[in-house]
Write a protein that binds this ligand. Structure first.
Ligand code: SF4
Length: 704
């Protein structure tokens, strides 16, 4: 089938008008679709892109005729609309391949969410109290331009922009805006940025961006610290790869060993899980490298010098592992025709960079870099240089917040709330009144991704790719495309600013129409560039954990969750309803702890515990996890929003809120695993919903 004919493509050039009307029944379809193309009961599919994480999966929207009731001139009016009923993966897209994760499926809920901001608003109460009143766009742009101009005139470096981890048209618009203002680039403010992984690839190979792990063609895989089936870099892409790795080849079933300090989804799916002490990934990989040398299985010994002086027994003691647990898997890896080490930092520790650099050296020794079944160079455009969040907080005169929620994703100990309270002005461009928007003076809401032109450069792609969506749904509310809001502010300030367009991200010879018709632009991958000699130095230092071990004896590790990601998905009821993969919690997350620690503290599953660090405390139900490592307390990120609409506000606790203000030294990424805590049972009770209230392991094995 011809790619162009694959879709029944809707016209995106003939705009249906949304006219005001005072009749009881309005025949107009407020969409960019001619009315005759929407037939009752008939479905249409429209290519789009998911922007709920940086993976940038290509999607298809299932469209059918629907109806909405709105108020026009104080009278309720029914309007026929083309409604998005379902979101699926775009089979042509090399990242999604026709699949989506749960968050991608739930994008339809964020489009029709009852808490979406309806139009621009300005603050009426104190900052942080979330009290606003509606204003016109003209007034809002004038206020925004005036406030930013004041700070810019005094010192443009005090314009602090916080953004999400996405790379695409919106990010490009923001980068051009900050450049035009003469201010520093945006600070990415999300635990799902993967800056450490990118830094390691740059240090060792000179690659810009996230490497592509060719899992589908590997035979033996050792993954370390990267929950690639959970919320790491590109969940849909790596789940698809994993399917092929396990079951997609007639004569090979891939074998996976996974080393991580948590029984994550990837650990649970692996043939072998090696439970590491938190922050010991670098020591583990040092032992693996040395064992490869000792076993004579290093195919390229030139990179073995890095591990020559390592004492594997001492390194494995730090990890909490024994020699024989590791030596056999190293033997299998070394003898495999297609071995691969995947390493990442689902939880960033102070020494995560050492660990990922070490993994690249092990791959060099295995001779699989830039080869099928090995580590491939990034195929997509490099992400631009960013400012660190710590630096942005220090110089926050005018704060601009786009696709980010720093008041949630940074701990109060970092000074984020003080910065928001004392900045000259704080302006938000998001779609919802979240924790950070509550501190804004002005809210300039952007269109939903399905309502505006959207292009996302996927974080991981096997070939050069840009996922593209053209507006299909006429904006439901008085919102604007971010690109045009920034243009208007720059125009009002008489600052020359080149607005970002779809064409800016497309390769030469590809028109926006061509890309939008199939949902993206995908080029053939060129030959891998030659691997440059690696020179990065590894320290194998122990990870730092803040807090007195005598007072705070437990290690704490919050992690991005499958359903809520960096917390941005928790305002969606479908995501709250999705049972947590670890505890099967619904509508509230639990603190995971091991049975031995729980018994010593007289804590049982479901009881409310107080988790306290030197920087704060929270309360949440305990989940005594059969697979948790003794002395380690884990919790998924997602709950604990002060402000995030009716489904998320005041629900549960935010584990980031008690972290130390510690940053990974080379990248400025927030260290998630660097804080000690103590846990106490409380007398409190609160409802806690579990999908399966008893672990299968407790029921014995007769049901299997
Ligand atoms: S992996 Fe990310 S981009 Fe892909 S469907 Fe899920 S949320 Fe959307």
């Amino acid at each position: 089938m011809d790619r162009r004919d694959f879709f029944r493509v809707l016209s995106t050039t003939s705009a249906g008008a949304l006219a005001s009307c005072n009749r009881k029944s309005d025949p107009l379809i407020p969409l960019l679709v001619p009315e005759q193309e929407i037939a009752p009961g008939e479905e249409l599919w429209h290519p789009a892109v998911c922007s709920d994480c940086a993976a940038g999966c290509g999607t298809l929207l299932r469209i059918m005729e629907g109806e909405r009731t709105i108020e026009i001139h104080n009278e309720k009016v029914r309007q026929r609309i083309a409604a998005v009923k379902k979101v699926e993966g775009n089979p042509l897209d090399p990242v999604s391949g026709g699949r989506l994760c749960a968050r991608g499926q739930a994008a339809v809920q964020s489009l029709y969410h009852p808490d979406r901001l309806r139009g621009p608003m300005k603050r009426t109460g104190e900052r942080g109290k979330a009290q606003f009143t509606a204003v016109s766009w003209t007034e809002a742009i004038e206020i925004a331009a005036g406030k930013i101009a004041q700070v810019r005139a005094a010192d443009p470096s005090r314009i602090a922009t916080f953004s999400g981890p996405h790379h695409g048209m919106r990010a490009l618009a923001l980068e051009r805006f900050t450049h035009a203002m003469g201010s520093p680039p945006p600070a990415v403010c999300s635990p799902a940025d993967f800056a450490v992984e990118q830094k390691a690839a740059d240090l060792v190979f000179g690659w810009k961006g996230l490497p592509v792990y060719d899992l589908a063609r590997a035979h033996h895989v050792l993954s370390v610290g990267a929950d690639f089936l959970g919320a790491w870099a590109s969940p849909v892409y790596y789940n698809r790869q994993y399917g092929t790795f396990r079951q997609g080849r007639p004569t090979v079933r891939g074998r996976l060993a996974h080393a991580e300090s948590r029984l994550s989804l990837t650990a649970a799916a692996a043939d072998q899980w090696l439970p590491l002490r938190p922050g010991s990934e670098a020591q583990f990989l040092a032992a693996v490298g040395r064992m490869l040398l000792d076993l004579g299985l290093a195919r390229d010994r030139t990179h073995g010098a890095t591990f020559a002086s390592v004492d594997p027994a001492a390194m494995l003691a730090v990890c909490g592992l024994r020699d024989r647990q590791v030596r056999e898997l190293v033997q299998q890896l070394g003898e495999s025709p297609a071995p691969l080490v995947i390493a990442g930092a689902s939880v960033v520790y102070s020494n995560s960079l050492d660990a990922i650099v070490a993994s690249h050296y092990v791959n060099l020794m295995l001779g699989n870099v830039a080869k099928a079944g090995g580590v491939l160079s990034p195929a997509v455009s490099p992400p631009p240089t960013h400012r660190t969040a710590a630096d942005a907080l220090l110089r926050a005169g005018a704060v601009l917040i786009v696709d980010a929620n720093p008041a949630y994703t940074l701990p109060p100990s970092s000074g984020v709330l003080d910065a928001l309270a004392h900045a000259e002005t704080v302006i938000g461009f998001g779609s919802f009144l979240d924790d950070s928007a509550a501190w804004c003076d002005l809210l300039l809401p952007s269109h939903h991704g399905f309502e505006s032109e959207m292009a996302v450069v996927p974080a991981v792609s096997p070939q050069p790719a840009v996922s593209v969506g053209r507006p299909f749904v006429q904006p439901l509310y008085d919102t604007r495309a971010l690109e045009s809001t920034l243009s208007e502010i720059a125009g009002k300030m008489n600052v020359s600013y080149q607005a970002a367009s779809l064409q800016d991200l497309l390769p030469d010879g590809v028109t926006p129409e061509d890309a939008a018709r199939q949902g993206g632009s995908w080029l053939e991958r060129e030959a891998e560039p030659p691997v440059r000699p690696a020179t990065a130095v590894i320290g194998f230092h122990a990870a730092n954990f803040g807090g007195d071990p005598a007072r705070y004896p437990l290690l704490f590790q919050p992690y991005p969750s499958l359903q809520f990601h960096d917390g941005s998905g928790s305002n969606l009821p479908w995501m709250q309803e999705l049972p947590d993969p670890v505890s099967s919690s619904m509508w509230g997350l639990a603190v995971e702890m091991d049975a031995r620690t729980a018994a010593s503290l007289h804590i049982a599953t479901g009881e409310v515990v107080r988790v306290e660090s030197p920087h704060g405390w929270f309360e949440a139900p305990a989940y005594v996890h059969p697979g948790a490592i003794p002395g380690v307390v884990s919790m998924a990120v997602g709950d604990g929003h002060v402000n995030y609409g009716r489904y998320a506000s005041g629900r549960g606790a935010n584990p980031i809120s008690i972290l130390a203000p510690a940053w990974e030294p080379a990248t400025g990424a927030l260290i998630l695993g660097g804080t000690r805590v103590r846990v106490q049972r409380t007398t409190g009770r609160r409802p806690w919903i579990q999908f399966s209230s008893r672990d299968r392991e407790e029921r014995g094995f007769e049901h299997r």
